[in-house]
Design a protein around this ligand. Structure first.
Ligand code: HEM
Length: 321
């Protein structure tokens, strides 16, 4: 689903089935890209530069993988859009705007490929992991599912499928999305930033070109700053924290970062999460795998991300119409 959402926006294309060989190759390469960049095995050299020569094999693997991914993006997607744009001159999807910028000399072809590669990771994985965490929390909190179902039935009426314009009328659904992003923040340390000039912060000297990681997960889960911080409780966003949005209007909660380098995909991510979780709850009772009472929520932490450690296959029991 996420691949089709993103590839339709970017290239006006979708994969017809989950068996599509191109889709599977792309998915495998993206997962490996993510594994290599998130792995703790390699970041020792960030802190002990003298050990960097030992990373040669890892860096070779990264280069090979990068070349393969770029070739797929170029051969199967970018070239196709370049030809279509030449023939029709019509802009029909996001990449066309980027290709037009290249034509005007505002960016070069490497920049085009970098944007495609970046969206493949930033756009797809963060949303995917967040939706998975949302489903897990809904399975583990049947009372939240019921409350959500009641809200949708009351606001939309019976058997009316949720669509994007409905989201603003569904505050509890929005709170479920926010609480998922708070309690199970997918990009826990934001994306590493770098200060170009020497800086001073809270009395500390930060030399130019330092790697800056922001512990956004802690800000959002600090027991001193949130009531019963370790509980999954969407109600907090309707009660004591009702003014808090996911766009960074409160520095305790910045799941998409803040400022000029914050996530541009927030306008897609929030509706996609809301519609996906909402529709699932409208149509199904979400239950744990047979024989289990709850799904194990142990996290698998990467350098700056958090995913679920053990993926579970849940039971979706259709609701009577
Ligand atoms: C729930 C889903 C998502 C989460 C939690 C998320 C989170 C983030 C975070 C934390 C950053 C780094 C911000 C910073 O370091 O200050 C980021 C960057 C980015 N995100 Fe997202 N994101 C999501 C979905 C998306 C989507 C759907 C797209 C696009 C289709 C997207 C595109 C990007 C891009 C291109 C960047 C890099 C921006 C830059 O470096 O200037 N993201 N995202």
């Amino acid at each position: 689903m996420m691949y089709n959402d993103v590839f339709r926006v970017m290239f006006g294309r979708r994969f017809q089935t989950a068996d599509d060989p191109l889709f599977n190759e792309l998915k495998a390469l993206n997962v490996e890209r993510s594994r290599l960049s998130q792995s703790f095995d390699f970041n020792y050299a960030d802190f002990i530069p003298v050990l960097r020569p030992f990373l040669r094999r890892y860096l070779n693997r990264c280069t090979q993988l990068n070349n393969r991914r770029m070739k797929i993006f170029e051969d199967h997607f970018v070239q196709e859009r370049m030809k279509a744009l030449e023939q029709s001159g019509k802009i029909t999807c996001a990449i066309d705007h980027i290709l037009m910028a290249e034509r005007k000399g505002e960016i070069n072809h490497d920049n085009v490929l970098y944007i495609v590669e970046n969206i493949n990771i930033a756009g797809i994985e963060g949303t995917l992991w967040s939706i998975e965490w949302g489903i897990v929390e809904l399975v583990n909190h049947p009372e939240v599912q019921s409350k959500l179902r009641d809200e949708m039935a009351a606001v939309l009426g019976p058997n009316v499928a949720l669509t994007e314009p409905d989201l603003e009328r569904l505050p509890y659904l929005q709170s479920v999305v926010k609480e998922t992003l708070r309690r199970r923040m997918a990009i826990t340390m934001l994306v590493p930033h770098m200060n170009l000039r020497d800086a001073k912060l809270a009395g500390f000297d930060i030399p130019a070109k330092s790697k800056i990681l922001v512990n956004a997960w802690f800000l959002a889960n600090d027991p001193k700053r949130w009531v019963r911080a370790d509980e999954f409780r969407p109600e907090r966003f309707l009660e004591e924290d009702k003014a808090v949005e996911a766009n960074g209007n409160d520095l305790r909660f910045v799941p998409f970062g803040i400022g000029r380098r914050s996530c541009p995909g927030i306008i897609l991510a929030l509706p996609i999460m809301g519609i996906t979780l909402g529709r699932l709850v409208q149509n199904f009772k979400l239950l744990p795998p047979p024989g289990l009472e709850k799904i194990d929520t142990t996290e698998k932490l990467g350098q700056f991300s958090s995913q679920i450690l053990k993926h579970a296959t849940i039971v979706c029991k259709p609701l009577e119409a």
